[in-house]
Write a protein that binds this ligand. Structure first.
Ligand code: DGL
Length: 263
């Protein structure tokens, strides 16, 4: 019997930025990638409806894939759904993705950081609590971008992105105050690392862009290592599931490029 997989869940292609780190850190592990493309974009959902949707989806996913662990590779979901998932499925370890506000607050030299996220993540009490608990001494600008996740989807599927649109979405992250400037932008949506080179190009000045994917993958590894079994099987294939059931040819090609076959 094949080893239980690690399930990586997002609303679309964003979780691939976490999957690529997870594969480096957990070589030989089998992964099932789940794109809730029928629910994309999560940034615009009402909190309660999104929480219920994800908890319901996991009933079928757990039943079908029997994962060893599930990574919620989405900030917009993780900031509301983790307690509900853990309560509903106590037998599965869940690893979430939350805005990297703490490391940014520890690293900033100017004392000005920005958190670039979906409108949903920016609104969350969870995000506000992180700022209160870990970034009390720095100035945090929260930027809820309406369009960046969609731009990242287009870029990854079609290889094209409107740079002026990226520039407009990131512009509010750049703050100048009393001779100091923003020096760190937290990428608090897993879609955004795919656009980071364009963001660098369109930024008014250089900043450090924090992508938490590696930290999330390391957290998952520490849990996977404690689980029984889990021998690496070199021939197992990673797969992808789309909740729409009908991904377009571009997205299938993209998934294929990531070594994922529709399952
Ligand atoms: N990738 C998701 C995140 O990390 C959100 C994208 C969306 O569905 O709006 O927040």
């Amino acid at each position: 019997m094949s080893e239980a997989p690690v399930l990586v869940f997002d609303s679309g292609i964003g979780g691939l930025s976490v999957l690529r780190e997870a594969r480096v850190i957990m070589p030989g592990r089998r992964f099932v990638y789940v794109a809730d493309d029928a629910g994309f974009p999560y940034g615009r959902w009402d909190e309660e409806a999104l929480r219920d949707r994800i908890v319901d989806l996991f009933a079928g996913l757990i039943d079908r894939h029997r994962p060893a662990l599930a990574m919620i590779a989405c900030n917009t979901a993780s900031t509301i759904v983790m307690p509900a998932l853990r309560a509903a499925y106590p037998g599965i370890p869940f690893v979430g993705t939350v805005p990297a506000i703490k490391p940014a607050a520890e690293r900033t030299r100017s004392g000005l950081i920005s958190v670039l996220a979906t409108p949903g993540t920016v609104k969350r009490q969870y995000t506000r609590d992180l700022i209160r608990d870990y970034a009390g001494k720095v100035h945090v600008r929260l930027v809820g971008s309406e369009n960046l996740a969609g731009l990242a989807e287009t870029y990854m599927r079609k290889g094209f992105v409107d740079e002026a649109a990226v520039e407009a979405e990131i512009a509010p992250c750049f703050v100048s105050h009393e001779g100091r400037q923003t020096d760190i932008v937290v990428l608090a949506c897993t879609h955004f690392p795919f656009l980071v080179n364009r963001m660098r190009k369109m930024a008014p000045w250089p900043v450090d862009w924090i992508d938490p994917a590696e930290a999330i993958a390391r957290r998952a590894l520490t849990i996977v290592e404690t689980l029984p079994g889990g021998e690496a099987l070199p021939d197992t294939k990673d797969s992808v599931v789309f909740t729409s059931g009908k991904p377009d040819a571009n997205v299938l090609r993209l998934m294929h490029g990531f070594g994922l076959t529709a399952g």
